[in-house]
Design a binder for this molecule. Structure first.
Ligand SMILES: [Zn+2]
Length: 484
């Protein structure tokens, strides 16, 4: 018995400038590199991505795993359609070469949009379904931020989304999906499906699965017996028709699926006024943090989250720290390859008259001028220890710790969401001992820092991962921002 596996992930922020190109899929910061065939087993071994969990399940059976292609790009602007088509064609071609197989496992993000198609995963799934015919079981592991479409639902026998945000169950989601695929392969009946979309868009900071009302809504859905409910919360920075939260109920017949889907949709619709996105300005957040005597206060720069397509180099919060003389505070991190290289070349102890950050988006804070003292440097190569990247070999390019008036900032060549403490350890610091730890992240930072933080403050410095969805000009989305 043989099962084919493929993975293609991109979360597209259609409001972000620029296109995502084929080369952006080769070696995304913090994530495994693009890999093919049996090489995938080695590249993904010990990592937290869904296909690693799926392969783990297959290793315990006598089923043969046939990995085809695994690739991911960091969240960014629309994918150049030709780049998407080349990857989709390669997956289809490699699958065709392996036919006949007994089942197909896919790891997809679910919120990829190209320059020509707002629903790239729908297109890929239709293509693969057409290739294998109606009977071959297909299961899909999806990100919680999927913008779910009817064609995705139709083409897959069952889909499984992460249950957590921060995403600490990515590999487990792949494992769950693979277990169900094995049941289908062994003859379990395919379920009936009922697909519903919630009538609103949710900002990222309102989507944490540890916060109300999301936690209670997830518990209610999981407790319903006799059905499997998949919920996706959507990626709102995408002006596409299917952006927003959605659900699919899988059940033994259509009536049961429809009844459960209608009831769950009603619960989510009634919850709309309770989704909160409380934010303060960077100056207010820094002032509040400086009043705390207990380390670390974590300040999240939620609108410059590279995991949502942020530039990772806005300077609003860094400037607020310097203006307030927040001695001992650390900003993680500013993606500024030129500054990192200058610091590594000059060495520890050097004082540099260079600008830091503020290079990408006008209006999100000007570069912060020197003098900057180089406090530590590194090669940016380390192994992840946090709940999202544990075991992953991370390559950030040259990195440095810079200091000005007691305020410290990590600069690195690559973008990466601040959910990985190993970057801080790499430069000789312990996050638990910092008076103020500033992170460029909306929610994922909580996986690494929520337990150690004495306080968490969310600030809205200018950045392209806006939480104020009403400020965006949607023209294609069928849904409106939630009114809290
Ligand atoms: Zn996600």
């Amino acid at each position: 018995m043989r099962i084919a596996l493929a993975g293609l992930q991109h979360e597209t922020n259609t409001f972000a400038p620029g296109l995502t190109e084929a080369e952006d899929f080769l070696a995304p910061g913090g994530w495994p590199k693009q890999s093919r065939g049996d090489e995938i087993r080695t590249v993904l071994a010990g990592t937290s991505v869904p296909m690693a969990g799926a392969l783990r399940v297959l290793n315990e059976t006598d089923v043969t795993a046939t990995p085809l292609l695994w690739t991911m790009a960091l969240p960014s602007g629309r994918v150049r359609h030709a780049a998407f088509e080349a990857l989709a064609d390669e997956i289809a071609g490699r699958l065709q070469d392996q036919l006949p197989v007994d089942g197909l496992f896919l790891e997809l993000h679910g919120a990829m949009a190209t320059t020509e198609d707002d629903d790239a995963e729908g297109a890929l799934l239709e293509k693969l379904r057409a290739l294998v015919g109606p009977d071959l079981p297909i299961v899909v592991a999806l990100d919680l931020h999927t913008n779910l479409s009817a064609r995705m639902v139709a083409a897959a026998d069952q889909m499984f989304a992460y249950l957590t945000y921060p995403h600490i169950d990515m590999a487990d989601t792949g494992a769950r999906a693979m277990q169900r695929l094995l049941e289908f392969v062994q003859g379990a009946p395919r379920p009936a499906k009922a697909f519903r979309q919630m009538p609103y868009l949710l900002p990222l900071v309102a989507q944490g699965t540890g916060s109300s009302p999301v936690d209670g809504l997830y518990r209610t859905a999981a407790a319903r017996s006799g059905v499997d409910t998949m919920i996706t919360l959507g990626f709102p920075l995408a002006d596409v028709p299917d952006a927003g939260p959605a659900l699919v109920v899988y059940a033994e017949n259509q009536d049961v699926a429809d009844a459960a889907a209608d009831e769950t949709l009603q619960q989510w619709t009634q919850a709309e006024p309770h989704f909160q996105a409380r934010l303060c300005t960077a100056a207010q957040g820094v002032a509040q943090a400086m009043q705390s005597g207990k380390p670390p206060v974590v300040i999240a720069d939620v609108q410059d989250n590279p995991g949502g397509g942020g530039s990772n180099d806005t300077t609003g919060l860094l400037r607020a720290l310097i203006e307030a003389k927040a001695t001992g505070a650390l900003m993680v991190h500013i993606a500024d390859g030129a500054a990192a290289k200058s610091a590594v070349d000059a060495g520890v102890g050097a004082v540099l008259d260079i600008d830091v950050g503020g290079r990408t988006d006008p209006g999100t804070g000007a570069p912060v001028p020197g003098p900057w003292r180089v406090a530590a440097v590194g090669d940016g190569q380390f192994t992840g220890v946090g709940p999202m990247y544990a075991g992953a070999s991370i390559e950030m390019g040259p990195v440095a710790l810079l200091e000005q008036q007691g305020v410290r900032v990590i600069v690195a060549e690559k973008r990466m969401q601040a959910s990985e403490p190993a970057l801080i350890h790499h430069l000789g610091l312990d996050p638990a001992e910092l008076p103020i730890l500033c992170v460029k992240s909306s929610v994922h930072f909580r996986g690494a820092y929520e337990k150690m933080a004495s306080q968490i403050i969310l600030v809205a410095a200018p950045g392209r991962v806006t939480m104020d969805l009403a400020s965006l000009k949607y023209t294609r989305s069928r849904r409106r921002p939630a009114s809290a």
